[in-house]
Design a protein around this ligand. Sequence first.
Ligand code: CAA
Length: 287
Amino acid sequence: MTRKVDAVERVGVVGAGTMGSGIAQVSAIAGYDVVMRDIETEYVENGFETIENSLGRQVESGAITESEAEAAEARIEGTTDLEDLADCDVVVEAALEDIDVKRDIFSDLDEVMNDEAVLATNTSTLSITTIAAATERPGSVLGLHFMNPVPVMKGVEVVNGEKTDGDVLEFAHAFAEDLGKETWESDDKPGFVTNRILMPWINEGIRAFDEGVATKEDIDSGMTLGTNVPMGPLELADHIGLDICLHASETLHEELGDRYTPAYLLKRKVEAGDLGKKTGEGFYIYD
Ligand code: CAA
């Protein structure tokens, strides 16, 4: 069976958090009808609020017009019922980074979706193959890893599970490109390309701070001014969320050994509830 992007009308998104709402937004901007599902009405409403704010920024910066923003928002339907995704041609799951939660969702999607649907997960470090094995159609499952903030970041990582069909991979590249993104491909190895390399960089930045190499500002300046990245490791950790960084680091440590040990201070910050920008405090304080 060959999936064609031209045939896609409806996109399903599971999870209305930062990543899910961003994926819903870029899909709607690209002209697709979108069904965004989360488990509680409140989470769906929060997703719409994030989308409205982000669309507002895009209007302000001139990236889109007011009427394009309104039309995009009108194309997104919110729901708490997974069955409302049944008519979607492609689903991107962006729920909790927990293998059991994701396997349950994929097992449910397997029941609900038609045979031609492509089932993608936005997981940042978990195994596509393990998630796909919760379905009877592992050939239709792959990783489509968006970057935060989704509406701004150009790149999407396409991840090839052990059993992902070639035409599903091809479809995924074309679909991401249709959303205005550029892609690269990774095999299903822990952390794929991005987090395998990014997480040790972030952890080393945290260790350098904890071991008194420099102030946090100087560590971030050293990397932004010295290597031309947009954010230094501590600022980027706050942006991603320290809980997410810790979870990704723990998965890499478990799978790849001691060279991926999470920084001690990262664990302590998460235990203290300082998760970065989203809680108002991480390595920096946000008003
Ligand atoms: N929605 C819409 N537009 C947004 C936005 C959002 N959420 N956030 C920023 N923007 C827009 C701004 O409106 C602005 O637009 P104009 O230039 O047209 O005016 C532009 O993006 C730049 O924003 P700012 O001027 O506010 O700030 P900035 O120049 O510092 O850029 C940033 C912010 C884009 C986040 C930049 O700092 C950056 O690229 N940081 C690195 C982000 C990164 O590495 N992300 C990947 C993290 S890893 C990941 O996500 C994967 C994982 O699994 C952990």
